[in-house]
Design a protein around this ligand. Sequence first.
Ligand code: C2O
Ligand code: CU
Ligand code: CU
Length: 526
Amino acid sequence: MTQMNRRSFLATGIAALGTAAAWRAANVRAAAPLPEIAGGPTVPIAALRRLIVERIDPVSGRCRYLADTGGQIIADPIFIARRGDRVDTVIDNRLPQPTSIHFHGLTLPEKQDGAGFDPIAPRSTKALSFEVRNRGGLYWFHAHPQGFTAEQVHAGLAGLLVVSDDEDRALDQALALAPGNRLALAMGDVRVANEVLRPYAPSPDDCVHGWFGNRARVNGALDYSADVAPGWVRLQILNGSNARGMLLAFRDASTLLPFHLLGTDGGLLAAPAALDRVFLYPAERIDVAIDVSGHSAVSAVSIAFDPRHQVRGGTLARLHPERDQFPPLSGSAVCAPFNTGAPGDVVAEGAEFPLFNLRVSGAARAAAPMPQRLSALDAPPPPAEATRRLRLDFDERIGYLIDQTRYRPDEVAFSIARGTREVWEVRNSPLSMPHPMHLHGFGFRVLRRQGTFGPARALATAANGMLPTDLGVKDTVVLWPNETLWLAVDFTLPEDGDFSGRQRYMFHCHNLEHEDGMMMRNFAVS
Ligand code: C2O
Ligand code: CU
Ligand code: CU
């Protein structure tokens, strides 16, 4: 810790976001334009008056969010915000199950975090009120009720929040984006038979490995495609799958196209990185620019990779007891032994998987030069000695464990004094599978990877065995089996009444079957 440079730490933590006076200054600048995002209906989050959660089809279990702005009701909105905007709304749970809405990646007080231990009962409401304090970037919101998260997210209860700030606006200008050339995309995979969505009905084996589908669903649609113009296309992409890791690439016919990585979970990198493929595990986001000039069609695909499922045997990670008190969304049981998929239902993780298409048309134009500097983000700090160690394990009889412990909603695994800067050493066991681990409330920096398997190691172009995405602010990182990661976390909270007193947050796996299988812990910052 001691050799760690304070500025680097501050650059990631909420402290970097400034004081209460700075938040207000950001609000005064609220005249700044909202980002122009294509890909779905956008709603300024500051205009939201009610966020309705409803089931629209009891056969497939399909659900949706409705954004009520007081004058209009918009289904499956993409929220847009400026840093400093306020959200004052009501969540209206019309499901037959408990739900919650977690704004993944935002720094929020416990009461606004929508964590699994804070569900909204069926047919009841909860006030939601917070300020968007984080850097510009792609964040997202999703259902998070303990035991029902996987089912509800798969049913469609997940959406995007694009936050803009000065650096974000400067980038759009530098790229001279044509209208329609900036998209926000939530990708996932679903099981489809005869063009109909199959209900969420994981077998015990699916509950161990994750629920994988056979088709991509992007912004709610199968076979998603978007029309873009020649020049730079800026894509902010979420892997919103329950379980599928992706190795994302862009192709014209069989040629892989180069692209630039601009940002990660918590906003823009300091400088763009030129790549031709990037790993994207569930809950991770990337911001990329691709020059589509001279192409008429570009397809996004997860290219083949070794998925590293090294878990052997194992039965069923038991779910939260709460599940038994409420019906499933579709009439299909979850993790039940009689759930056996038909052959062809699933494309295995790591097999090539088509995601979406870009159709390019319009007058030929050359892309503007890519800026060399994107943001004031510091380089990741050098590796430092761990101040906290966490171990990820699999027990055939119990399921996935963090420090040999299953989740208990009332447990606080550890407490951290606010303002503390820690280095977490997180280690995944060899007989395991990849776990995309997520920390609520705090963006962090990756310091080092060790034990990475060969093909991923080959893509680790940054110092200390790190992948290009490790250079940004992260809130979710994948650990492959046998891998150890060192993460720098600044547990500074805003000095503002909403954050006073003890605040509980979660650290958990974002493979949603593992999450519902209790691979989670609570911790507190006080
Ligand atoms: Cu995106 Cu605790 O989750
Ligand atoms: Cu989160
Ligand atoms: Cu996991």
